[in-house]
Design a protein around this ligand. Structure first.
Ligand SMILES: Nc1ncnc2c1ncn2[C@@H]1O[C@H](COP(=O)(O)OP(=O)(O)OP(=O)(O)O)[C@@H](O)[C@H]1O
Ligand SMILES: Nc1ccn([C@H]2C[C@H](O)[C@@H](COP(=O)(O)O)O2)c(=O)n1
Length: 671
């Protein structure tokens, strides 16, 4: 997950491959609540692991519900059988509407029936998201609900006991958010000693979400009778009973970004999206029809969608998006790639989501140069013409969907006109529903190699290149190439095979076939974790020896280039700026006095439990410097255009800030 201030995207060119969607947010949080309230134990597979489910799980635990993760990643919830073991709790629900609304209903009803005092609160934006319609419906039933802040908005206190009036139908508005009706449907079975009737006022929006609610209630043994979309009856004697085991389907709203990606950029082969298919429960899967209307070619499979570019440019459409409110945001960005305007209507609910999404979308699309008109419940986006494109820093308003859909703008053909397509501010906000969104995207997209930025950090041993590289890459969300590890692995593998480090042909042949891979900060040769073995001083000397052989350097050249992947690379070594990435936009040559470097290496070895001797280290380090500087092939010298950084008396943090400052000066968006 990227926890950085901003993410710079290079112009993207194509997309291919297969991805697995995270679990649906809407299904995950409904299932968690039902499983917690039901009788019996429920095992949930493919549950979404993100901020919105984390706050729900924390709240359930605070309410006395036990749950645990299983070795296979599934989650087991011990149902409470409709009775809370705690009579007081204060729950923080972040910005998760799918947790706030149903928990408010559940706790209001249980407090009324059994007594208790519960508080629900969230982040400041949650306290601006209306809940009055639900609170009014619950008050009409007799629940005692206190507004702790602005009336009609969280935070709320839910108290009891109170006498529940279930003889009359409970009325709830359906035209602001369907989550109010969902909250009542999920929780009224807790008090259904008699038939409980819910009547919807106004035209119900987002009906597919109610279908999800009804389908899940059915799995928990509650068969709600529905008359049109106006009247719902929970039969007397309804009880929530665990079905035992359940699977969460992939998130259909999250699928929209990849359906769009396929439509925009899968020109060779389809992009395969696993986790939803033709029998998907979620209404947002119908986003695929909208994308098809714009020109996407979509093959529906049982549990996957295969999407490729069809009509190009895309076709502008006019669509009532009331059934696909979340996924519809993606259409607004696709509209930039069309040949006629796209008009999205029925999106009034965007105004009360994580942010005012109509205003946010219009503002940010305009930053890219698009012409956009907006109304109370509609948005019209015009195709982005060549002369209008502008690279922009996209504000995401702490809204995961803003970050995800705007990343697609980097595919715009005009984005290639600038070295940096666009900047996404606060990309970490995707953690709400899709913590690995950007990593998933980067695995699927392609860019011209020369468009992918590289920062080179070269310098002598123990100058701190590796440390600086890691920190800078972390701050930019870029990949890392620790090229010394490739020479070290070659030396290690040669020694294991009994090949002398001076045998150029055999060592080079070994380097060409190295089965190396990096994962979770560890380095593997075949299946063996060689991370620690690589750091032995002796292997460092061996690496220096094999690195002096031109055939070995040539053998490792391609492998090093293959690390240049979207969104960017920070490469550390001796010849990154001079030989491997000579056109890199930023080259840093990092040095420190030999004494300081020996002292750092000494401390490093001792802290890892290795024995070390200062004089010996200084001697080895100077010998290595000499060998690296004087070899004929790619010697250790600063590139002509490198910035020199002597960090003998500079802390790690100060070195990182210096490099980031140099980098910012090279960017379209200086810090
Ligand atoms: N500016 C600094 N001040 C003090 N210590 C530092 C500084 N930069 C790095 N170090 C420390 O120096 C040690 C060596 O750093 P690092 O392993 O990053 O060097 P390196 O140049 O990558 O070495 P090698 O080329 O041998 O892999 C580490 O323990 C690191 O924490
Ligand atoms: N780009 C590179 C990287 C490393 N080497 C050689 C020279 C070093 O002595 C040895 C080990 O590197 P380290 O892990 O200490 O960075 O590998 C090189 O020649 N070119």
């Amino acid at each position: 997950m990227l926890k950085i201030a901003h993410l710079d995207l290079p112009p993207l060119q194509g997309a291919a491959g297969t991805l697995r969607l995270p679990g649906s947010k809407s299904i995950s949080n409904r299932l968690l609540l039902l499983a917690a309230l039901a009788e019996g134990e429920t095992r949930i597979e493919h549950l979404l692991e993100a901020d919105d489910t984390a706050v729900m799980l924390d709240a359930l635990r605070a309410l006395g519900c036990a749950w645990h993760r299983n070795a296979d990643g599934s989650l087991t919830v011990q149902g409470l059988g409709g009775h809370l073991p705690v009579s007081q709790a204060d729950c923080f629900l972040g910005n998760a509407g799918t947790a706030m609304r149903p928990l408010a209903a559940a706790l209001a009803l249980l407090a009324a029936r059994d007594g208790g005092h519960y508080v629900l609160r969230g982040v400041p934006r949650m306290h601006e998201r209306p809940i009055r319609d639900l609170v009014d419906a619950l008050r009409e039933l007799g629940c005692r609900i206190e507004d702790l802040g602005q009336p009609g908005y969280p935070p709320l206190a839910l108290r009891g006991p109170a006498s529940l009036q279930l003889n009359q139908p409970v009325r709830v508005r359906g035209d602001v958010s369907s989550q109010f009706l969902t909250a009542l449907l999920l929780t009224l079975p807790l008090v259904a000693q008699q038939d409980v009737v819910i009547e919807v006022e106004g035209e119900l929006i987002s009906k597919p979400y109610i279908e999800i609610t009804l389908a899940l209630l059915d799995r928990f043994g509650v068969r709600v009778q529905r008359e049109a979309w106006r009247r719902f009856t929970i039969p007397a004697g309804s009880r929530l009973r665990s079905p035992g085991r359940l699977q969460v389907e992939g998130d259909a709203s999250a699928a929209s970004y990849f359906i769009a990606l396929g439509a925009l950029a899968a020109t060779e082969a389809p992009l395969v999206i696993e986790g939803i298919g033709r029998n998907a429960l979620q209404g947002d899967v119908r986003f695929a029809d909208a994308a098809a209307a714009m020109g996407a070619q979509i093959e529906w499979r049982d549990h996957a969608l295969a999407v490729r570019r069809g009509r190009w440019p895309l076709r502008g459409i006019e669509l009532d998006c009331v059934a696909i409110p979340d996924a519809a945001m993606t259409l607004a960005v696709m509209a930039l790639f069309a040949d006629s305007p796209t008009r999205l209507t029925g999106i009034a609910s965007w105004r009360v989501k994580e942010t005012d999404r109509i205003a946010a979308m219009a503002t940010e699309l305009r930053k890219l140069g698009a012409t956009v008109q907006e109304g109370a419940d509609w948005l019209e986006v015009h195709p982005l013409r060549a002369e209008d494109w502008r690279t922009a820093a996209i504000h995401t308003y702490d809204d995961h969907r803003m970050a995800m859909c705007f990343s697609l703008a980097a595919l715009h053909p005009l984005a290639g006109a600038t070295p940096q397509a666009l900047r996404i501010l606060d990309p970490g906000c995707v953690a709400k529903t899709f913590p690995d969104y950007f990593e998933t995207l980067f695995d699927l997209v392609q860019a011209r190699s020369e468009d992918i930025p590289v920062l080179c950090i070269d310098g002598p041993t123990a100058s701190g290149k590796g440390t600086l590289t890691e920190r800078v890459a972390e701050r930019l969300g870029y990949h890392v190439l620790e090229s010394g590890a490739l020479y070290r692995a070659t030396a290690l593998a040669a020694r294991a095979a009994g090949i002398a480090w001076t045998d150029e042909a055999r060592v080079a042949s070994m380097a060409r076939s190295l089965a190396l891979h990096f994962s979770g900060g560890r380095c593997y040769l075949e299946d063996e974790d060689i991370t620690d073995a690589l750091r032995a001083e002796e292997i460092g000397l061996g690496a220096s020896a094999v690195a002096a052989l031109p055939a070995v350097r040539a053998a490792l050249h391609e492998l090093q280039l293959s690390f240049r992947r979207v969104p960017g690379l920070v490469a550390d070594g001796r010849d990154m700026g001079t030989a491997i990435f000579p056109a890199a936009p930023l080259k840093v040559f990092l040095t420190a006095s030999a004494e300081k470097r020996a002292e750092r290496r000494y401390k490093q070895l001792i802290s890892k439990g290795f024995s070390a001797n200062m004089e010996g280290l200084l001697r080895d380090l100077e010998a290595r410097d000499l060998q690296d500087k004087t070899r004929s092939s790619s010697p250790l010298v600063p590139a002509q255009d490198a910035f020199l950084l002597d960090n003998s008396d500079l802390s790690i943090d100060a070195s990182v800030e210096q490099v980031l400052q140099w980098w910012a000066q090279k960017q379209a968006f200086p810090a």
